[in-house]
Ligand binder design. Structure first.
Ligand SMILES: C[S@@+](CC[C@H](N)C(=O)[O-])C[C@H]1O[C@@H](n2cnc3c(N)ncnc32)[C@H](O)[C@@H]1O
Length: 198
């Protein structure tokens, strides 16, 4: 399994935003939406072996985490508007369980970034995507990587120290700082290549 944890430092936690305003009023939710697309889309198919954790830390109802699970996902389409709509529906859902189902493969929870790290501990090994890390081409990826990355800003000091306490791998995917969703495409591709060679 491949896991992605993305921090949406200002991302909306209530569903009262307009789908035309995801980059503004919804606190750069557009970044998380593109991350969902990068996590799952293949040409005419979806990756089933991926889970994406969108940690929404903005607004009065923070924190919330919207979870996409590839092996259950339905109704995910490549256009950003429909992905935004799946996230908005999840954020509008009353949270009654640890993970409340919003639509097939989409869940919403009260988890903070720190709770997500706790939850995923033991499922695999954490891998911190960071510009100053080891070149990913020299890196031996773990079997079940849990990639952690920032949105348009890096992890906060508190988030970073919680992650570092779990002894993550630390990898760079190239010499330039890229958008979060583009980093995800690169690591998915690196893993695809290694699986194809194995
Ligand atoms: C848009 S960047 C965040 C801001 C960026 N660090 C800057 O100074 O402009 C989003 C996230 O992608 C990841 N990232 C970006 N470029 C990377 C690279 N070359 N290698 C590894 N991770 C990278 C980091 O996790 C970063 O927090």
């Amino acid at each position: 399994m491949r896991y992605f944890v993305i921090t949406g430092h200002k991302a909306a936690t209530s569903g009262d935003f307009k789908l035309d305003d995801i980059a503004g009023g919804a606190g750069r939710l557009d970044i998380l939406v593109r991350c969902v697309n990068s996590a799952f889309f293949l040409s005419h198919n979806l990756r089933k072996d991926v889970e994406a954790y969108l940690v929404c830390e903005g607004g009065n109802d923070a924190p919330k985490t919207v979870i996409f699970k590839g092996n259950e996902l339905r109704y995910l389409n490549p256009d950003e508007r429909s992905t935004s709509s799946l996230i908005r529906n999840a954020l509008m859902k009353p949270i009654t369980d640890a993970e409340t189902k919003s639509s097939p493969g989409v869940y919403v929870s009260r988890m903070s970034f720190f709770d997500v790290l706790d939850k995923l501990s033991g499922r695999g090994d954490f891998v911190y995507l960071k510009e100053d890390g080891t070149d990913c081409r020299e890196y031996g990826f773990p079997e079940n990587p849990i990639f952690v990355l920032g949105d348009n800003s890096d992890l906060t000091e508190e988030e970073e120290s919680a992650l570092l306490s779990r002894n993550p791998g630390r990898i760079s995917i190239g010499p330039l700082s890229l958008h979060a969703d583009h980093c995800m495409i690169v690591v998915n591709n690196e893993l695809d290549r290694r699986e194809a060679e194995a």
